[in-house]
Design a protein around this ligand. Structure first.
Ligand SMILES: Nc1nc2c(ncn2[C@@H]2O[C@H](COP(=O)(O)OP(=O)(O)O)[C@@H](O)[C@H]2O)c(=O)[nH]1
Ligand SMILES: [Mg+2]
Ligand SMILES: [Zn+2]
Length: 355
Protein backbone atom coordinates (compact mmCIF):
# COMPACT_ATOMS: atom_id res chain seq x y z
CA UNK A 1 0.00 0.00 0.00
CA UNK A 2 1.22 3.48 -0.88
CA UNK A 3 1.12 6.41 1.56
CA UNK A 4 -1.16 8.20 -0.91
CA UNK A 5 -3.73 5.45 -0.36
CA UNK A 6 -3.77 6.43 3.30
CA UNK A 7 -4.37 10.07 2.37
CA UNK A 8 -0.79 11.34 2.09
CA UNK A 9 -0.35 14.36 -0.21
CA UNK A 10 2.00 17.17 -1.28
CA UNK A 11 1.07 19.38 1.66
CA UNK A 12 2.11 16.66 4.10
CA UNK A 13 5.31 15.98 2.17
CA UNK A 14 6.19 19.67 2.44
CA UNK A 15 5.51 19.57 6.18
CA UNK A 16 7.80 16.57 6.48
CA UNK A 17 10.63 18.40 4.75
CA UNK A 18 10.02 21.68 6.60
CA UNK A 19 10.19 19.80 9.89
CA UNK A 20 13.49 18.07 9.01
CA UNK A 21 12.01 14.60 9.08
CA UNK A 22 13.73 13.17 6.00
CA UNK A 23 15.52 10.51 8.01
CA UNK A 24 12.35 8.98 9.34
CA UNK A 25 9.63 6.84 7.89
CA UNK A 26 6.15 8.27 7.65
CA UNK A 27 3.02 6.49 8.74
CA UNK A 28 -0.53 7.08 9.83
CA UNK A 29 -1.91 6.12 13.23
CA UNK A 30 -4.71 3.61 12.66
CA UNK A 31 -5.49 2.83 16.28
CA UNK A 32 -4.62 3.93 19.75
CA UNK A 33 -4.89 2.27 23.12
CA UNK A 34 -3.39 3.71 26.29
CA UNK A 35 -0.27 5.25 24.74
CA UNK A 36 0.30 2.25 22.46
CA UNK A 37 -0.39 2.79 18.82
CA UNK A 38 -0.70 0.92 15.58
CA UNK A 39 0.87 2.81 12.69
CA UNK A 40 0.48 1.92 9.06
CA UNK A 41 3.40 2.66 6.72
CA UNK A 42 4.23 1.55 3.18
CA UNK A 43 5.96 -1.43 4.80
CA UNK A 44 2.92 -2.61 6.71
CA UNK A 45 1.55 -2.21 10.20
CA UNK A 46 3.71 -1.56 13.23
CA UNK A 47 3.08 -1.42 16.91
CA UNK A 48 4.46 1.86 18.16
CA UNK A 49 5.38 3.78 21.25
CA UNK A 50 6.42 7.39 21.54
CA UNK A 51 9.92 8.54 22.47
CA UNK A 52 10.55 9.48 26.09
CA UNK A 53 11.27 12.97 24.88
CA UNK A 54 7.86 13.29 23.28
CA UNK A 55 6.20 12.00 26.44
CA UNK A 56 8.05 14.31 28.83
CA UNK A 57 7.57 17.40 26.72
CA UNK A 58 3.84 16.75 26.32
CA UNK A 59 1.82 19.38 28.14
CA UNK A 60 -1.61 17.91 27.50
CA UNK A 61 -3.51 15.25 25.66
CA UNK A 62 -3.25 17.09 22.36
CA UNK A 63 0.51 16.54 22.35
CA UNK A 64 0.07 12.76 22.09
CA UNK A 65 -0.69 10.93 18.84
CA UNK A 66 -4.33 10.27 17.94
CA UNK A 67 -6.04 8.12 15.33
CA UNK A 68 -5.58 9.80 11.95
CA UNK A 69 -2.28 11.45 12.83
CA UNK A 70 0.66 11.42 10.48
CA UNK A 71 3.80 10.54 12.39
CA UNK A 72 7.54 10.32 11.78
CA UNK A 73 8.83 7.02 13.09
CA UNK A 74 11.70 4.58 13.14
CA UNK A 75 10.71 1.00 12.45
CA UNK A 76 12.58 -2.05 13.67
CA UNK A 77 13.02 -5.55 12.25
CA UNK A 78 9.98 -7.00 13.89
CA UNK A 79 6.73 -5.09 13.89
CA UNK A 80 7.85 -2.58 16.48
CA UNK A 81 8.49 1.13 16.02
CA UNK A 82 9.14 4.39 17.83
CA UNK A 83 7.25 7.60 17.05
CA UNK A 84 9.48 10.68 17.08
CA UNK A 85 7.17 13.39 15.97
CA UNK A 86 3.59 14.15 15.07
CA UNK A 87 3.18 16.13 11.85
CA UNK A 88 1.06 19.28 12.26
CA UNK A 89 -2.65 18.48 12.02
CA UNK A 90 -4.95 20.14 9.50
CA UNK A 91 -8.03 19.32 11.56
CA UNK A 92 -8.77 17.82 14.96
CA UNK A 93 -12.13 16.53 16.11
CA UNK A 94 -12.20 16.92 19.85
CA UNK A 95 -14.61 16.99 22.73
CA UNK A 96 -14.44 17.80 26.40
CA UNK A 97 -12.91 14.81 28.17
CA UNK A 98 -15.53 13.03 30.26
CA UNK A 99 -15.20 13.94 33.94
CA UNK A 100 -12.21 16.25 33.42
CA UNK A 101 -13.35 19.82 33.05
CA UNK A 102 -11.27 21.98 30.78
CA UNK A 103 -9.41 18.99 29.33
CA UNK A 104 -9.73 18.19 25.65
CA UNK A 105 -9.90 14.69 24.23
CA UNK A 106 -9.05 14.10 20.60
CA UNK A 107 -11.47 11.84 18.79
CA UNK A 108 -9.56 11.83 15.50
CA UNK A 109 -7.06 13.96 13.59
CA UNK A 110 -6.74 15.03 9.95
CA UNK A 111 -10.35 14.37 9.08
CA UNK A 112 -11.99 15.91 5.99
CA UNK A 113 -15.62 14.90 6.55
CA UNK A 114 -17.57 13.74 9.57
CA UNK A 115 -20.57 11.45 9.21
CA UNK A 116 -22.98 12.10 12.05
CA UNK A 117 -24.65 8.74 12.49
CA UNK A 118 -27.99 8.30 14.24
CA UNK A 119 -30.43 5.42 14.13
CA UNK A 120 -33.94 6.17 12.95
CA UNK A 121 -35.55 4.13 15.67
CA UNK A 122 -34.77 4.80 19.33
CA UNK A 123 -31.57 6.81 19.15
CA UNK A 124 -32.88 9.65 17.06
CA UNK A 125 -32.39 13.07 18.70
CA UNK A 126 -32.00 16.40 16.90
CA UNK A 127 -30.45 18.13 19.95
CA UNK A 128 -27.62 15.65 19.81
CA UNK A 129 -27.21 16.22 16.07
CA UNK A 130 -26.79 19.96 16.75
CA UNK A 131 -24.19 19.05 19.35
CA UNK A 132 -22.15 16.96 16.90
CA UNK A 133 -22.58 19.65 14.28
CA UNK A 134 -21.07 22.19 16.65
CA UNK A 135 -18.09 19.90 17.19
CA UNK A 136 -17.64 19.61 13.41
CA UNK A 137 -17.70 23.36 12.87
CA UNK A 138 -15.20 24.09 15.61
CA UNK A 139 -13.02 21.27 14.23
CA UNK A 140 -13.04 22.62 10.66
CA UNK A 141 -14.55 19.36 9.42
CA UNK A 142 -17.46 19.22 6.94
CA UNK A 143 -20.49 17.34 8.27
CA UNK A 144 -23.05 15.03 6.69
CA UNK A 145 -25.90 13.27 8.48
CA UNK A 146 -26.43 9.51 8.16
CA UNK A 147 -29.72 8.11 9.38
CA UNK A 148 -29.42 4.32 9.86
CA UNK A 149 -31.85 1.46 10.54
CA UNK A 150 -34.50 2.85 8.22
CA UNK A 151 -35.68 -0.75 7.75
CA UNK A 152 -37.12 -0.55 11.26
CA UNK A 153 -39.50 2.33 10.53
CA UNK A 154 -42.21 3.03 7.93
CA UNK A 155 -41.65 5.14 4.84
CA UNK A 156 -43.81 8.07 6.15
CA UNK A 157 -41.96 7.97 9.49
CA UNK A 158 -38.68 8.21 7.61
CA UNK A 159 -39.89 11.17 5.56
CA UNK A 160 -41.04 12.89 8.74
CA UNK A 161 -37.64 12.51 10.42
CA UNK A 162 -35.85 13.90 7.37
CA UNK A 163 -38.28 16.85 7.27
CA UNK A 164 -37.62 17.53 10.95
CA UNK A 165 -33.89 17.51 10.37
CA UNK A 166 -34.15 19.84 7.38
CA UNK A 167 -36.24 22.30 9.35
CA UNK A 168 -33.67 22.77 12.09
CA UNK A 169 -30.45 21.99 10.29
CA UNK A 170 -30.04 23.75 6.96
CA UNK A 171 -27.78 22.91 4.06
CA UNK A 172 -26.34 19.69 5.42
CA UNK A 173 -26.76 16.55 3.31
CA UNK A 174 -28.85 13.79 4.90
CA UNK A 175 -28.43 10.14 3.87
CA UNK A 176 -31.07 7.67 5.01
CA UNK A 177 -29.76 4.11 4.89
CA UNK A 178 -30.30 0.60 6.11
CA UNK A 179 -27.34 -1.64 6.83
CA UNK A 180 -29.79 -4.51 6.73
CA UNK A 181 -31.29 -4.01 3.24
CA UNK A 182 -28.49 -1.67 2.00
CA UNK A 183 -31.14 0.78 0.96
CA UNK A 184 -29.56 4.22 0.39
CA UNK A 185 -26.02 2.84 0.06
CA UNK A 186 -25.65 3.91 -3.58
CA UNK A 187 -25.99 7.63 -2.89
CA UNK A 188 -23.94 7.46 0.32
CA UNK A 189 -21.07 5.68 -1.47
CA UNK A 190 -20.71 8.62 -3.85
CA UNK A 191 -19.32 10.87 -1.12
CA UNK A 192 -16.29 8.67 -0.37
CA UNK A 193 -13.77 10.55 -2.43
CA UNK A 194 -10.36 8.93 -2.94
CA UNK A 195 -7.68 10.13 -0.54
CA UNK A 196 -10.14 11.96 1.73
CA UNK A 197 -10.69 10.89 5.31
CA UNK A 198 -14.14 10.38 6.79
CA UNK A 199 -14.95 9.90 10.44
CA UNK A 200 -18.02 8.15 11.85
CA UNK A 201 -19.46 9.94 14.88
CA UNK A 202 -22.38 8.74 16.95
CA UNK A 203 -23.58 6.83 19.98
CA UNK A 204 -22.79 3.16 20.28
CA UNK A 205 -25.29 0.79 18.75
CA UNK A 206 -26.34 3.01 15.85
CA UNK A 207 -24.63 0.87 13.20
CA UNK A 208 -21.28 2.59 12.57
CA UNK A 209 -19.20 -0.58 12.56
CA UNK A 210 -21.75 -2.49 10.51
CA UNK A 211 -21.61 0.29 7.92
CA UNK A 212 -17.81 0.20 7.85
CA UNK A 213 -17.74 -3.59 7.52
CA UNK A 214 -20.28 -3.52 4.70
CA UNK A 215 -18.45 -0.77 2.83
CA UNK A 216 -15.04 -2.40 3.11
CA UNK A 217 -16.36 -5.85 2.29
CA UNK A 218 -14.37 -7.35 5.15
CA UNK A 219 -15.04 -7.79 8.83
CA UNK A 220 -12.74 -5.29 10.44
CA UNK A 221 -14.66 -3.83 13.29
CA UNK A 222 -16.43 -6.07 15.69
CA UNK A 223 -20.09 -5.15 15.76
CA UNK A 224 -22.18 -5.50 18.86
CA UNK A 225 -23.96 -8.52 17.42
CA UNK A 226 -20.72 -10.49 17.17
CA UNK A 227 -19.22 -9.44 20.47
CA UNK A 228 -22.31 -10.57 22.31
CA UNK A 229 -22.44 -14.08 20.93
CA UNK A 230 -19.22 -15.69 19.72
CA UNK A 231 -16.45 -13.57 21.08
CA UNK A 232 -17.65 -13.16 24.63
CA UNK A 233 -14.84 -12.49 27.07
CA UNK A 234 -12.20 -12.74 24.37
CA UNK A 235 -9.52 -10.10 24.62
CA UNK A 236 -9.47 -7.72 21.68
CA UNK A 237 -5.82 -7.23 20.85
CA UNK A 238 -5.67 -4.79 18.01
CA UNK A 239 -8.76 -3.32 16.56
CA UNK A 240 -8.09 -0.99 13.73
CA UNK A 241 -10.08 2.19 13.55
CA UNK A 242 -8.82 3.63 10.26
CA UNK A 243 -9.60 1.68 7.10
CA UNK A 244 -9.06 2.27 3.39
CA UNK A 245 -12.19 1.53 1.40
CA UNK A 246 -12.19 -0.17 -1.98
CA UNK A 247 -13.00 3.05 -3.83
CA UNK A 248 -10.14 4.87 -2.11
CA UNK A 249 -11.92 6.79 0.64
CA UNK A 250 -10.51 6.42 4.16
CA UNK A 251 -12.96 5.72 6.95
CA UNK A 252 -12.37 6.13 10.68
CA UNK A 253 -14.64 4.29 13.10
CA UNK A 254 -14.95 5.17 16.75
CA UNK A 255 -15.95 3.31 19.80
CA UNK A 256 -19.32 4.77 20.79
CA UNK A 257 -19.55 7.90 22.85
CA UNK A 258 -22.09 8.35 25.56
CA UNK A 259 -21.38 12.01 26.20
CA UNK A 260 -20.17 14.61 23.77
CA UNK A 261 -19.10 17.57 25.85
CA UNK A 262 -18.59 20.82 24.02
CA UNK A 263 -14.97 21.99 23.96
CA UNK A 264 -15.67 24.80 21.57
CA UNK A 265 -12.96 27.25 20.76
CA UNK A 266 -13.55 28.29 17.20
CA UNK A 267 -17.06 29.44 16.34
CA UNK A 268 -18.73 26.03 16.35
CA UNK A 269 -21.84 27.25 18.14
CA UNK A 270 -22.01 30.43 16.10
CA UNK A 271 -22.04 28.41 12.89
CA UNK A 272 -24.56 25.81 14.03
CA UNK A 273 -26.91 28.47 15.37
CA UNK A 274 -26.17 31.18 12.86
CA UNK A 275 -29.80 32.40 12.84
CA UNK A 276 -29.69 33.04 16.58
CA UNK A 277 -26.36 34.79 16.29
CA UNK A 278 -27.59 36.97 13.44
CA UNK A 279 -30.74 37.96 15.34
CA UNK A 280 -28.81 38.69 18.52
CA UNK A 281 -27.17 41.66 16.76
CA UNK A 282 -30.55 43.39 17.04
CA UNK A 283 -30.95 42.80 20.78
CA UNK A 284 -31.17 46.02 22.78
CA UNK A 285 -28.32 45.08 25.12
CA UNK A 286 -24.92 44.20 23.80
CA UNK A 287 -24.40 41.53 26.47
CA UNK A 288 -27.93 40.13 26.09
CA UNK A 289 -28.19 36.53 27.34
CA UNK A 290 -31.48 36.05 25.42
CA UNK A 291 -33.17 34.68 28.52
CA UNK A 292 -35.60 37.43 29.53
CA UNK A 293 -34.18 40.84 28.66
CA UNK A 294 -36.52 43.43 27.17
CA UNK A 295 -35.79 44.17 23.57
CA UNK A 296 -34.32 40.71 22.93
CA UNK A 297 -34.70 39.85 19.26
CA UNK A 298 -33.95 36.18 19.84
CA UNK A 299 -36.76 35.71 22.36
CA UNK A 300 -39.06 37.64 20.08
CA UNK A 301 -38.29 35.26 17.22
CA UNK A 302 -38.86 32.23 19.46
CA UNK A 303 -42.25 33.60 20.49
CA UNK A 304 -43.19 34.22 16.88
CA UNK A 305 -42.12 30.69 16.00
CA UNK A 306 -39.36 31.88 13.69
CA UNK A 307 -36.80 29.98 15.73
CA UNK A 308 -37.53 26.45 16.89
CA UNK A 309 -38.02 26.53 20.69
CA UNK A 310 -36.11 23.27 21.22
CA UNK A 311 -33.25 24.53 19.10
CA UNK A 312 -33.16 27.74 21.15
CA UNK A 313 -33.05 25.79 24.42
CA UNK A 314 -30.36 23.52 23.07
CA UNK A 315 -28.33 26.60 22.11
CA UNK A 316 -28.58 28.07 25.63
CA UNK A 317 -27.53 24.76 27.17
CA UNK A 318 -24.47 24.41 24.95
CA UNK A 319 -23.52 28.06 25.32
CA UNK A 320 -23.49 27.55 29.09
CA UNK A 321 -21.31 24.46 28.68
CA UNK A 322 -18.95 26.37 26.42
CA UNK A 323 -18.48 29.15 28.95
CA UNK A 324 -17.89 26.59 31.67
CA UNK A 325 -15.37 24.78 29.48
CA UNK A 326 -13.51 28.00 28.69
CA UNK A 327 -13.16 29.02 32.35
CA UNK A 328 -12.07 25.49 33.34
CA UNK A 329 -9.53 25.47 30.52
CA UNK A 330 -8.12 28.82 31.63
CA UNK A 331 -7.83 27.54 35.19
CA UNK A 332 -6.12 24.40 34.00
CA UNK A 333 -3.62 26.36 31.93
CA UNK A 334 -2.86 28.60 34.91
CA UNK A 335 -2.24 25.56 37.11
CA UNK A 336 0.08 24.08 34.46
CA UNK A 337 1.94 27.38 34.26
CA UNK A 338 2.32 27.59 38.03
CA UNK A 339 3.64 24.06 38.02
CA UNK A 340 6.09 24.98 35.23
CA UNK A 341 7.31 27.93 37.29
CA UNK A 342 7.77 25.73 40.31
CA UNK A 343 9.88 23.27 38.35
CA UNK A 344 11.94 26.13 36.91
CA UNK A 345 12.58 27.67 40.35
CA UNK A 346 13.46 24.27 41.68
CA UNK A 347 16.02 23.79 38.93
CA UNK A 348 17.43 27.26 39.61
CA UNK A 349 17.83 26.41 43.28
CA UNK A 350 19.53 23.18 42.36
CA UNK A 351 21.97 25.05 40.17
CA UNK A 352 22.66 27.58 42.92
CA UNK A 353 23.43 24.81 45.33
CA UNK A 354 25.77 23.16 42.89
CA UNK A 355 28.07 26.14 42.51
N1 LIG B 1 -32.21 -3.41 11.65
C1 LIG B 1 -31.01 -2.86 11.56
N2 LIG B 1 -30.04 -3.19 12.43
C2 LIG B 1 -28.82 -2.62 12.32
C3 LIG B 1 -28.54 -1.66 11.29
N3 LIG B 1 -27.26 -1.26 11.44
C4 LIG B 1 -26.77 -1.93 12.51
N4 LIG B 1 -27.70 -2.75 13.05
C5 LIG B 1 -27.53 -3.61 14.24
O1 LIG B 1 -27.34 -2.76 15.37
C6 LIG B 1 -26.40 -3.34 16.28
C7 LIG B 1 -25.25 -2.36 16.56
O2 LIG B 1 -24.50 -2.17 15.39
P1 LIG B 1 -22.97 -1.70 15.40
O3 LIG B 1 -22.54 -1.59 14.00
O4 LIG B 1 -22.14 -2.52 16.30
O5 LIG B 1 -23.12 -0.24 16.05
P2 LIG B 1 -21.96 0.77 16.49
O6 LIG B 1 -21.85 0.68 17.98
O7 LIG B 1 -22.45 2.12 16.07
O8 LIG B 1 -20.70 0.39 15.80
C8 LIG B 1 -25.97 -4.63 15.65
O9 LIG B 1 -26.74 -5.67 16.21
C9 LIG B 1 -26.30 -4.46 14.18
O10 LIG B 1 -26.56 -5.68 13.54
C10 LIG B 1 -29.59 -1.34 10.36
O11 LIG B 1 -29.45 -0.51 9.44
N5 LIG B 1 -30.80 -1.96 10.54
MG1 LIG C 1 -18.84 0.05 16.79
ZN1 LIG D 1 -31.19 38.78 23.20
Amino acid sequence: MKLEDLGYNDTLEKLRIDNNLRDFEIGRVVSEHKERYIVRTEQGEFEAEITGNLRFSARNREDFPAVGDWVALTTYDSDFSIIHKILPRFSTISRQAVGQFGEIQIIAANIDYALLVQAADRDFNINRLERYLTICYSSKVSPAIVLTKTDLISEPAKVEIIDNINQRIKNIPVFAISNETRDGYDSLKKIFEKGKTFCLLGSSGVGKSTLLNNLSGRTIMKTDAISESTNKGKHITSHRELTVLENGGILVDNPGMREVGIADTAYGLETTFDIIVRLSRNCRFKDCTHTGETGCSVLEAVEKGEIDKNSYENYLKMEKEKIHFESSATERRKKDKDFGKMVKNYKKDMNKNMY
